[in-house]
Design a protein. Structure first.
Length: 431
């Protein structure tokens, strides 16, 4: 049985939670392998909207074991707030597994993140200020705090003190802020120990044993390909590995065990935060997409930047992730447009680029080359087969599939969990 990696193909907010939920009845485990509470999934079930920030969206499926892998950084306050909110709505959250090797976001990293971003001024990166970047930096600098450290008070205290030896100098001498007390931070973290203990396991071992037993494991990326720290629009990226390869390092499951890579792509493009965005719209068309798609951040609430579909980015995502299947979401948002522009290449100072420019400066100055596709006016939210879509909507999907370089297996035609058109099984042919 397969191990499936689910990634975002753009800059995030593509609807990965809905794709995960769609596979829910066929999946035994859902693993979040990167990021923290700096992104969110919105899943609609029976008219009820659930906004998840740190938890894997598989926690909403009663027969799924949700896992927070070692590649995630965890704000413990957010973790337990989300769990309590779901319990209050009648959800069973007892199945959650948390990797002992996942890193914890201490309060001092949240403080540093916010201060640093303000200090950068117009050079700011557009982070969410939730301590994600500083915690990943601590991980690479080998001064991070892992979940397992909470169960050895002496080790935890030593690690907090060592980290604050440097960070307090930054806060006081560079940023003109108060120093942070190591004992206070240690007690903050220890307060979660007893509640956390039942969830903490060797998640890598459990996932490999599940695959050995023929279980279906879905690896769910936070953020998306173009925010990947290596392959995204650096430096306007997140601090973790958001591509399919990150599923392996963030979970302890080898790449030879991955069977399928599913990428989620909107029928248009959005971005939150700073950084280049070639197809961004600043006119009524952008307002149309933002209003129709309700493009406001699940975690931050801030308006998303909107633009037409960029298939140069999609082809890049296909390549770096090894995409086998696409989920094309929010096709219904395009309903009512007479024509729909699709970016097929870039013009950079008179040179045409059919693939992503290797130079970030060229990407920043890229001017989209559009192909105009005919639109449709028919309501498509009731379509449940490809043939039920209007002819122009079908043509749009087929042209996007051709430009993406991988098949479009599922099409989202509305916000509800059942408002989809399934062309192919994401579990593979014959499933």
């Amino acid at each position: 049985m397969p191990a499936i990696v689910l990634v975002g193909a753009q800059w995030g907010d593509e609807g990965k939670g809905k794709a995960t939920d769609l596979l829910g009845s066929k999946v035994d485990y859902v693993v979040k392998f990167n990021g923290g509470n700096n992104a969110g999934h919105t899943v609609v079930i029976g008219g009820e909207k659930y906004a998840l920030h740190l938890l894997p969206s598989g926690i909403l499926s009663p027969n799924v074991t949700p896992v927070i892998g070692n590649g995630v950084v965890i704000d413990l306050e957010v973790l337990f707030a989300e769990l309590e909110a779901l319990k209050a709505r009648g959800m069973d959250v007892s199945r959650l597994r948390v990797s002992a090797n996942a890193h914890v976001i201490p309060s001092y990293n949240i403080a540093l993140d916010k201060v640093r971003e303000r200090f950068l001024g117009k050079r700011k990166l557009g982070t969410t200020g939730r301590g994600i970047g500083p915690t990943y930096a601590d991980k690479m600098n080998r001064v991070g705090i892992r979940v397992q450290d909470l169960f050895d008070e002496s080790i935890l205290r030593q690690k907090v003190e060592a980290a604050l030896d440097e960070k307090n100098h930054l806060l006081v001498k560079i940023f003109n802020r108060r120093s942070i007390d190591a004992d206070l931070v240690t007690e903050e973290l220890l307060a979660y120990r007893d509640r956390l203990a039942p969830m903490v396991v060797d998640t890598g071992l459990e996932l490999n044993q599940a695959l050995d037993a023929g279980k279906v494991v879905l690896f769910e990326a936070g953020q998306a390909t173009m925010l990947d720290v290596d392959h995204g629009t650096y430096p306007f990226v997140t601090s973790s590995a958001c591509t399919a390869a990150g599923a392996c390092t963030g979970s302890g499951v080898a790449p030879t065990r991955v069977d399928r890579v599913v990428a989620v792509h909107k029928a248009y493009t959005t971005r939150v935060g700073s950084g280049p965005f070639p197809t961004e719209l600043f006119d009524a068309s952008g307002d149309f997409l933002r209003a129709g798609g309700f493009e406001f951040g699940t975690t931050t609430g801030r308006p998303r930047r909107c633009g037409w579909a960029d298939t140069v980015v999609a082809r890049y995502s296909t390549r770096v992730n090894g995409v086998t299947d696409y989920v094309l979401t929010k096709l219904d948002v395009l309903t009512g447009l007479e024509t729909i522009p699709v970016c097929v290449a870039y013009d950079v100072n008179g040179t045409r680029y059919d693939e992503m420019p290797v130079n970030q400066s060229d990407f920043h100055h890229a001017v989209p080359i559009y192909e105009e596709l005919p639109g449709w006016t028919e309501d498509i939210t009731g379509a449940r087969s490809f043939e039920e879509l209007p002819a122009n909507a079908q043509a749009y999907v087929l042209r996007m599939e051709e430009l993406f370089g991988a098949r479009i297996s599922v099409i989202g035609v509305g916000p509800g969990r059942d408002e989809v058109v399934v062309r192919y099984s994401m579990l593979g042919e014959g499933e």
